[in-house]
Design a protein. Structure first.
Length: 462
């Protein structure tokens, strides 16, 4: 009689360990917990991460202050007299903190995430199924790395010798500097420039590309530059910083532009959009491959160890907030189900909040031109719709790029509520709709979204 040797069942502390309790880690934990998985979330700081506590929520709160202030300044146009608004910096920063507290992230585990244990501390991989936190070790058959990224300084001579600010540090100061130099021009630069200008700060921007917002088409960058300059910002494109020196009365920035060396002074330097993945967690111990740009993942967000996933800016520092949240959903789904989902950047919206909002999804015209794909494009200026006259606002457009057959491949919207308008374009790209489908859809009159219908009607469908 042959004896069958039974393998010893491995006991794990959880079904999934999530290293990082930011937006992507929390959404993954919420999905897994609601599907009866035992989850451990390891977080050394506040739950909610950068999106809830340092960047997105608090920044948008201050932008709400900025936009309310700017609207009040032109209230006389609409027959409202006696408005002479001012911003109280202390009150504005208090509103910022109220918005952070109102998210309730630190209470979410008690109300929504069943089956989840939060462990405070720095998670470190011991092997591909073990995470140490302090002196304790936790094991699981699946691990999600959601450690996010940190703001770091670009490589500029003598920048190491000065104390630079990040947005997290800036708004905790007792007094915001009266002049600030911002290096780079991504979404955070666009947003914080408008906030700082409303607070009376003199802002200098230095961007080495030929237009602001270099990840977008030039039309969007040009409008962004015009808006910021009209409100008083000093914008320098094609500017390569060569040196930053600390002076007794401030900081001197030396840069070259059009083969000419120039300089300016400011009270402080702000780094907004230079991110580095926070992945010093013992990846080598688990044989996980990475580069300086983040952890390598496939389209299912699996690392070189298929049972370990990397999500959010731990694997892609240019990912948007929407992409961060979506990555958590994809990773959770792929742990729960045999039929896997793919993460594709083509359907991830990018939004630059401010006035106007700038939103983009899918391919840009520049990307299609470089790829050699035959495409067509159409632009509808925002001032052709009735809402523009009603609101006395005319700076912006809707741009659609489509295939030769009319299938929508990408879109850019510059308008006061571009973030709200982009969803139907994202839907169209995700499900491969043609522009004529949007053109034949009844849009609310009079709404900003009518510009989408007009732009779509200019695309030929075959």
């Amino acid at each position: 009689m042959t004896r069958i040797k039974l393998s010893k069942k491995i006991h794990y502390d959880a079904d999934v360990i999530i290293i990082g309790g930011g937006a992507s880690g929390l959404i993954a934990g919420q999905i897994l917990g609601s599907n009866n998985k035992k989850v451990i979330i390891v977080e050394q700081n506040k739950l909610g991460g950068s999106i809830a506590n340092n960047n997105t929520i608090p920044t948008r709160a201050l932008l709400e202050t900025t936009q309310s202030y700017n609207r009040a300044k032109i209230a006389h146009k609409f027959g409202i007299n006696g408005c002479n608004p001012t911003i109280d910096q202390t009150s504005a920063l208090h509103w910022r903190m109220r918005a952070i507290n109102a998210t309730g992230v630190n209470n979410i585990l008690h109300s929504e995430l069943s089956g989840i244990k939060v462990v405070k501390g720095h998670g470190h991989l011991i092997d591909n199924k073990t995470v140490s936190v302090g002196l304790k070790r936790y094991t699981a058959p699946n691990i999600i790395i959601a450690t996010g990224s940190t703001t770091t300084m670009p490589e500029i001579n003598e920048l190491n010798e000065i104390s630079y600010l990040t947005p997290e540090i800036l708004y905790k100061l007792k007094k915001i500097p009266s002049s600030i130099a911002i290096i780079g021009s991504g979404p955070k630069t666009y947003e914080h420039t408008q906030i700082l200008q409303s607070l009376g700060v003199n802002v200098h921007i230095f961007e080495q590309h030929n237009h602001l917002l270099p990840l977008l088409d030039q039309e969007a960058g040009d409008i962004a530059q015009t808006v910021l300059e009209e409100s008083g910002a000093n914008v320098n494109t094609l500017a390569k910083l060569t040196q930053i020196n600390k002076l007794p009365t401030g900081i001197k920035i030396i840069y070259s532009k059009n083969s000419k060396i120039s300089s300016c002074t400011a009270d402080a330097v702000l780094i907004c959009d230079n991110q580095t993945p926070a992945i010093d967690i013992g990846l080598n111990n688990a044989n996980i491959e990475s580069t300086k740009h983040g952890i390598k993942v496939n389209n299912r967000l699996q690392t070189s160890q298929k049972h370990i996933f990397a999500i959010g800016s731990a694997s892609n520092t240019t990912i948007s907030d929407s992409g961060t949240i979506f990555s958590g959903q994809v990773a959770a789904h792929n742990i729960l189900h045999n039929k896997k989902e793919s993460f594709t950047s083509k359907i991830i919206p990018k939004v630059y909040f401010g006035n106007p909002e700038i939103a983009q999804v899918g391919s840009t015209e520049r990307q299609l031109r470089i790829s050699g794909i035959i495409y067509q494009t159409a632009i509808a200026p925002i001032n052709i719709v009735g809402r523009s006259m009603i609101s006395d606002y005319s700076s912006g457009f809707v741009k659609i790029v489509a295939s030769h057959y009319g299938t929508i491949l990408g879109a850019t919207v510059v308008a006061p509520h571009a973030s709200e308008m982009l969803s139907e374009l994202t839907f169209a790209i995700q499900y491969k709709h043609r522009a004529c489908d949007l053109a034949n859809t009844v849009h609310v009159f009079s709404s900003w979204s009518e510009a989408i219908r007009v732009a779509a009607s200019k695309i030929k469908c075959i």
